[in-house]
Design a protein around this ligand. Structure first.
Ligand code: RP5
Length: 169
């Protein structure tokens, strides 16, 4: 099976926080290529992967790194595929360092940055799926179902809360 999404991470220490990203892609039937490749520690391999990604069938690249997070930017310099950056919320700065390193790209080399921590990994997956959904009607329909399901869940929680508050009044 050809993978259309690649997730690169700077270290295996990032992986536990990226599992929701992998899970979300799988929930939508997308099996990603997942690699530990670092802009600093394995620069040749990271660049080679980025350069060959389009020919390999990849359509969206997700890059996660912490600290001086250059992975997404370096990957974006070696491909014209869309690159989504996940700044990892490492100590001691809680991801602010990685967020700034990921988001402050020079004009001409775009990286779309997600949130540091929390929803970043899941939203990276959903954003990748939305990109695929531009040209894939079946994927777009799955994303509509997801949205409807999410809405129903929140409305059910709201109804429950209203009931609880009415009981207290
Ligand atoms: C970054 O350095 C990685 O993405 C990771 O978040 C951070 C620390 O890496 P390890 O020292 O845990 O391997 O490149």
């Amino acid at each position: 099976m050809t993978s259309t999404v690649a997730i690169l991470m700077g270290s295996d220490s990032d992986f536990p926080r990226l599992e929701p990203c992998v899970r979300t892609l799988r929930d939508f039937g997308v099996e990603p290529v997942v690699r530990v490749l670092s802009a600093h520690r394995t620069p040749d391999e990271a660049c080679a992967f980025a350069s060959g990604a389009r020919a390999a069938g990849i359509r969206v690249m997700i890059c996660a790194a912490g600290g001086a997070a250059h992975l997404a930017g370096v990957v974006a310099a070696h491909t014209t595929l869309p690159v989504l950056g996940i700044p990892m919320d490492n100590p001691p700065m809680g991801g602010l360092d990685a967020l700034l390193a990921t988001v402050q790209m020079p004009p001409g080399v775009p990286v779309a940055s997600l949130a540091a921590g929390g929803g970043g990994p899941i939203n990276a997956a959903l954003q990748a799926l939305r990109i695929l959904g531009v040209a894939d009607e079946a994927m777009a329909a799955k994303l509509e179902d997801f949205r409807a399901d999410q809405r129903a869940k929140v409305l059910a929680k709201d109804a429950k809360l209203q009931q609880k508050l009415a009981g207290e009044a």
